[in-house]
Design a binder for this molecule. Structure first.
Ligand code: AMP
Ligand code: MG
Length: 281
């Protein structure tokens, strides 16, 4: 049984009903060991993805401040070859970006065939922070759910596998993490007084996240709510979800690679058969 189930739009969820401290009765030790195995498999699958050049993978990461987006990326990246993997981070739009439609800045970063891209925040900010802070009129952001669905359908129709993670932490856990940041010289650079103001808007954000998840979940672009109070469970659950999503492609990629290999062998054989060829084994 998978640790996380895909939300594909069939069933609505309430974030309140999902326990951010869930860890499937696993210990940290067990989770870390299992994660290592999965990361090894991820590396292997990514090699095939890269070689076959048939599919691309987009991983969208969303979550409140301190939910663990940076940590999760660091962990997942240890299972990916940087040669064909990128991270794109989306911050407050620049004036140029803000002068365009909200997807303008996003589209150039989607992964090419054979590659993986992780979005650290994403186009979803335009129905999250924008909605919570009234940065656009309601009639503008309300339309965006459908616009996002069209955008993601377009990507899926162009052979992009989409996996969307919401890192779900509790309000108490966030407080602990923000306070811990203040104490840790290596993490204090991440501090922002704004994080505490955002925290005051916790319920509004939860509602906005819930709507984004319920309105923009599809079979070709499922959301996964990741219980993220335990970092080791978050890492395991994400690694498992990525591997389980990619595993079914293994056969298709292998078949394609074997066909390419066959063709290359036939060309070699033909070259060697020509009179006077010096390229003999
Ligand atoms: P961080 O992830 O801590 O580097 O912060 C990035 C900040 O940029 C967050 O506060 C986001 O809410 C904000 N941000 C990202 N996208 C947008 C957007 N489209 N409009 C407004 N703010 C955004
Ligand atoms: Mg921040």
């Amino acid at each position: 049984m998978a640790l996380l189930s895909p939300l594909d739009g069939k069933k609505e969820i309430r974030l309140k009903d999902i326990d951010p401290g869930f860890h499937a009765s696993l210990t940290e030790e067990e989770a870390v060991a299992r994660s290592q195995e999965l990361l090894a498999e991820m590396r292997e699958l990514q090699n095939l993805l890269y070689a076959a050049q048939q599919t691309s993978v987009l991983i969208v990461l969303q979550g409140m401040d301190s939910a663990g987006k940076d940590g999760a990326i660091g962990h997942v990246m240890t299972g990916l070859n940087p040669q064909s993997c990128k991270v794109a981070s989306f911050k407050q739009p620049t004036p140029l970006e803000a002068g365009h439609d909200f997807l303008w800045r996003v589209h150039p970063h989607v992964p090419a065939k054979g590659t993986v891209t992780i979005f650290n925040r994403s186009h979803y900010e335009d129905v999250l922070v924008v909605r919570v802070h009234d940065l656009a009129p309601k009639q503008a952001w309300k339309k965006r759910y459908e616009q996002i669905n069209h955008f993601e359908s377009l990507l899926a129709d162009s052979s992009t596998v989409i996996i969307k993670f919401f890192l779900h932490i509790s309000k108490d856990e966030q407080k602990e993490r923000l306070l811990a940041r203040e104490q840790d010289p290596a993490k204090a650079w991440k501090l922002s007084a704004g994080d505490w103001h955002e925290r005051d808007l916790w319920d509004n954000y939860q509602k906005a996240y819930q709507d984004a998840i319920n309105l923009c979940a599809a079979r070709h672009a499922p959301w996964y709510v990741v219980p993220a109070n335990h970092k080791w469970f978050r890492n395991l659950a994400m690694a498992e979800t990525i591997v389980r999503t990619l595993r079914p492609f293994r056969k298709q990629w292998m078949k394609h690679l074997e066909a390419i290999g066959e063709k290359a062998r036939a060309e070699l054989a033909e070259m060697r058969s020509t009179q006077g060829s010096t390229h003999q084994p």
